[in-house]
Every structure is written in C-alpha cells, then in structure tokens.
Design a protein around this ligand. Structure first.
Ligand code: AQP
Length: 336
C-alpha cells in the first residue's frame, strides 16, 4: 500500500515497437485505470528483460524511448502513474540477485516461457533467459505490489513470484506483500494476422503478422488485406475459424461491439469488405495516439524530465524495500 492505495505493477519489454496486441491486451487497460484513485500504478519499460534475447544497442535505445513516449501518448499520465525504465532503478538487478539465491533450479526448469524461448533462440540459451522469472519477481516485490495484471502466459511467473515471496517471508518475517493476479477488463488476446494460432508479437519475423502502433494507415490497410482467413466465405465467431475470430476480436476491442453485433453487422458481406472495415477502425483508433506520439518524441526536454522525475520516484520505493531486504539477509549497512 502507498498512501492507502493498492499498488499495481506492470510493464513491457522494449524488444520492438509495440503491437496492437500489446495495446489492446495491456496498455489500453492501464489507461482505463488512470482515474482510479484507489490504485497507485507503476509501469516500467522492461529493458533489463529485453536483453535475454540479443538486441542491437542503437535499436534497443530507440525502442526504449519510443515505448516510453507511447506510454504517455496512449494516455498514461506520468504525473499520476510512475512511468520509468527498469535499468534506471538499479534495485531491480540488486534484488534479483538476492532472490536468485532463494529460487530453485527445478522451479525455473518448469517454466514454459523458458522452454518456448530457448527453442526459438537455440543459438543463445543464456542464463538470463532461465532466471527471467526471478527478475520479474524482483520487479513486483520491490514495489510491494498488491496487483499484477497478467495474461495467461505470465500466470506461471506470477506464481513463482508469490512462492519466492512466501519463502522469503517464511525465513525473515513479513518483508514482501504477496501479489495477486489482477484481472481487470478482460484484455483481448490478439493473434498474428499471418498465423492466427500464434499470438501477435512485436518481435515476429513476419512483418505482416503484426500491426505496430506506429504503422501508417496504408500499412495497416495492407496488412489487414493480407490477413489469413479461411475459404468458407462467411463471417462467424467460432474457434474453427481462428482468422475471422481474431479479426472480430480486434474489431470489437476498438469499437466496443460484442461478437454478435459484429457478425450481424457484416451478415452477407465478403471477407474483403470486413477486412477493410477492421483496418479502418484500427487506423482511426491509432491515429490520435500516433499524432500525440509525434509531438512527444520531438520534445526531448519534456521526456527527459519525466524520465528523471519518475526514476527518482520509483527508486524511492524500490530502495526502501531493498534496504529492508539487505538488513534481513545480514548485509552490513555502510557506516554514515
Ligand atoms: N498478442 C497479444 N494480445 C494481447 N496481449 C498481449 N501482450 C503481448 N502480446 C499480446 C501483453 O502485452 C504486455 C507486454 O508484453 P511484453 O512486452 O512484456 O512481452 P510479450 O508478452 O512477450 O510481448 P511480445 O509483443 O510478444 O514481445 P516479444 O516479441 O518481445 O516476446 C503483457 O501484458 C502481455 O500479456
């Protein structure tokens, strides 16, 4: 709790320009919490996590700044929310080391994301990829977060964070708040436009699979035009029609429709017309975010000052927890 408010923590990796999936599944829901006075939200650009997969330094720098500006452009108020870079708060790495010593190899070996990512990046199965959930536990526990919005893919990692916190508290007394999964408005899971059985990802090798938040209208329309559907020729909301189902989910997420309303709206229409309508709805939703982004990214002074202010604010809370942990573990405090 901070000033009587529950604490919520989340973030995104700066591994690319975020996708429509990141926006509809996470960022848009965070923005909806802006005016909720009962919660103090921390949102990080998770750049430490990003390097578990090899990144080009200049691109990582650019993606980090872009993501930070997109957080604000999408509507996150940097005065109300704490918007910061994970690497600007060294306590994340410091606590992660300590928690590593309270986490078992067996626990990490069971993580499905490790299995998936190491299969995908077989040439770079580094120990950071293996201990990623420990860093995520540190991210959460440093801020004594009560709530963590997670998709199904991250539930296993949150469970580990809870286990580590419980284990640490069991030895040293109440140090960490045990975080709960936050199920806000159900964030749609958006699938790739080229393979609707796979989630839309910012690091997808196929550029046509993902709508990026900074794609211009022509690119958005072209990607939707090429979206993989099926050969049935009719619009229905069914698991047997994953391509069309995904387009309906996207359309509903931006228009507020229910699947039934969308199916009725496009009754008798062809896939071509439907794809165009989805493309137009998405492009007009993203346009104001893109315009605001263009304004912000040109304002270096403002972005830099927000970064500094918010890093200091995050560090204040993070260091408070870290000091407590150091003391409990038995480290000697630096004499004043
Ligand atoms: N396709 C998606 N649909 C709905 N929500 C999604 N999220 C990601 N993809 C979708 C949500 O976005 C948040 C941030 O995710 P992340 O950047 O930490 O990493 P990720 O989940 O691995 O996202 P990507 O885009 O797939 O990144 P890469 O390509 O680097 O692995 C999370 O809340 C996530 O649920």
């Amino acid at each position: 709790m901070i000033d009587g408010k529950k604490v919520l923590l989340s973030g995104m990796q700066s591994t690319g320009i975020i996708t429509l999936g990141n926006y509809l599944g996470a960022l848009k829901n965070w923005v909806d919490l802006n005016d909720d006075e009962s919660v103090q939200c921390f949102y990080a650009v998770m750049d430490l996590h990003s390097i578990t997969v090899r990144q080009d330094p200049a691109t990582l720098r650019k993606n980090g700044r872009t993501l930070y500006a997109l957080y604000i452009a999408a509507g996150l108020d940097p005065e109300k929310n704490c918007l910061f870079f994970q690497s600007h708060v060294p306590a994340h790495a410091q606590l992660a080391w300590i928690l590593n010593c309270y986490t078992y190899m067996g626990e990490m070996s069971r993580m499905t994301q490790f299995k998936d990512k190491s299969a995908k990046h077989a040439d770079n199965i580094n120990t950071g990829l293996f201990t990623y959930p420990v860093l995520m536990a540190a991210d959460i526990l440093l801020y004594q977060a009560d709530m963590v919005p997670v998709g199904k893919d991250q539930l296993q990692h949150l469970e580990i964070a809870r286990d580590i916190a419980g284990r640490f508290n069991g030895i040293y007394g109440d140090v960490f708040t045990i975080p709960e999964a936050y199920m806000g408005k159900s964030g749609a899971k958006i699938m790739s436009l080229q393979d609707p059985t796979k989630k839309m990802s910012k690091s997808d090798e196929n550029p046509n699979g993902s709508i990026l938040l900074l794609d211009d209208t022509d690119t958005i329309m072209r990607k939707f035009k090429r979206a993989i559907t099926d050969s049935d020729g009719f619009i229905a909301y069914s698991e047997d029609k994953p391509g069309i189902k995904n387009l309906i989910d996207i359309y509903d997420a931006v228009t507020g429709n229910t699947p039934e309303q969308t199916v009725a709206e496009f009754d008798g229409k062809g896939y071509g017309d439907f794809k165009m309508a989805v493309g137009e709805a998405v492009a007009s939703t993203l346009k104001p975010v893109q315009d605001e982004y263009a304004r912000l990214i040109a304002d270096k002074t403002y972005l830099d000052s927000m970064m500094k202010e918010n890093a200091a604010k995050a560090s204040y809370y993070a260091n408070k927890t870290l000091r407590k942990v150091y003391k409990k573990v038995g480290f000697i405090e630096l004499p004043r």
